[in-house]
Design a protein around this ligand. Sequence first.
Ligand code: HEM
Length: 484
Amino acid sequence: MLACEHLKGTTVMNTSEASVAHPELPAPVPPRGRMSVWQFLNALRDSTISTFSQDAYELDIVHRKVLGRHLFVLSDPVAIKRVLLDQVANYEKTEITRRILEPGLGKGLITLEGDTWKAHRRTMSPSFDLRSVASYTPIMTAAAEELMASWRVLDAGASVDVADAMMEVTLRIISRTMFSSDSDDIMSIMGHAAGRYQATVLPNILDLLGVPEWLAGLGRSRAARRAFAEFDTVIDRLIESRMREAGNAPKDLLARLIGARDEQTGGGMSATEVRDHVITMFMAGHETTAMAMTWTWFLLSQHPAVEAKLHAELDEALGGRAPTQDDLAKLTYSRMVIEESMRIYPAVPAMEREALAEDTLSGVRVPKGSTVMIVPWVLHRHQKLWKNPERFDPERFSPEGCAARPRFSYLPFGGGRRICIGAAFAMAEATILLATLAQHFQFRLVPGHPVQPQSMITLRARHGMKMLLEPRTATARVGGGGRL
Ligand code: HEM
């Protein structure tokens, strides 16, 4: 049965109607028995999170054979650490992941392997360290304030699709961080390309059957070329002109990538390499944060007590003004809310690796060539690792809560050597968006709007997230009249 026919809690109540402290949160009901191959493939094409059976949420490791391939779903933190860190050389990204992503992303950090990945990661890391991220935060605050201003002129009772709004604001932030004043044209070209590409990159049955890439991926490569043609031309031209006028160019992320040198070899990156990294950052760096924020607004709308505590922190720390880099350390509860939201609805719901040689994980033999899945969606709801995993409770992320948990049991940004390079960027961005917008607005679901998580590459809201914007009446910060 498909996930969409099989969901609990898809139409969610507004909090005014909700009578329980712990509302049921939308998620596919895991199948109890084994799915047939066709059920599995159908479910996979519809939403990958609906393919995980109940035992995956209860056992350390689950083994399936799908179309002749061994597939393991791993939820034992010790074994996950082995895959992502201790024996990382034995576990590469899978051929299917590469097939799906490379036609669009080229050879960026996400798709590279081996020594080339290592050298590029080393070269790029300084552009994403805490000091660099601090230099990007004014862009984040400005974009959040612009969004707020655009909402303020809406009529009272207006509704917005918060998923779309979050996509737009995060696209604006990554565009300005990357290209400063050149960002406006590029942003709309990239927005279209990303949308078109996402719609055509799904794994097909030929990939799963192991049919050679040139045959299975024919349509995909063409679609990628079409989707990114205009973007490639614009970016190539921009990189070329930036390389020529290196001294005068703005000090944005693009300039940092062009000027980055490997601390070991002193080498830099070619124009093509920079372009592939730029596309990767765009694709990896906006939809993920947008989805994390979309789910956060939804969860807050369902949990008024958490929302009230968040408001109290924001009012005390900021008193209505926009947050800056210096405020981030004070916004501890805001951070806990985001972390708990990414536990329940992780923006990247699954990661895959291929075992290059036989190994043993959680006492189970894993043959060479097996696919090993690490699934934050499952791991974050695992019965052995979390108490009442289906409940939204930011207190889990208090210092004591974090200290009590095993490492590698919470992986919204992945873990080990290939942990998300943009994690600090994303956390700063999410905290600034949350703090800026939540000070002035409360979001309430449009009555009857269906909420369903759907996972392809990221965890989206299948029908978007239509919400009513309500000014926070308790404060004097809100504009008057019939306007927000
Ligand atoms: C809430 C937001 C984000 C989430 C949940 C997220 C999640 C992840 C995850 C789970 C991985 C690891 C994938 C794997 O091991 O297979 C990853 C890798 C990556 N992310 Fe993020 N990400 C976010 C934001 C960002 C941002 C803002 C950027 C860049 C501006 C970014 C760039 C990347 C890159 C380049 C990689 C590949 C790193 C490597 O393999 O060396 N991400 N991300």
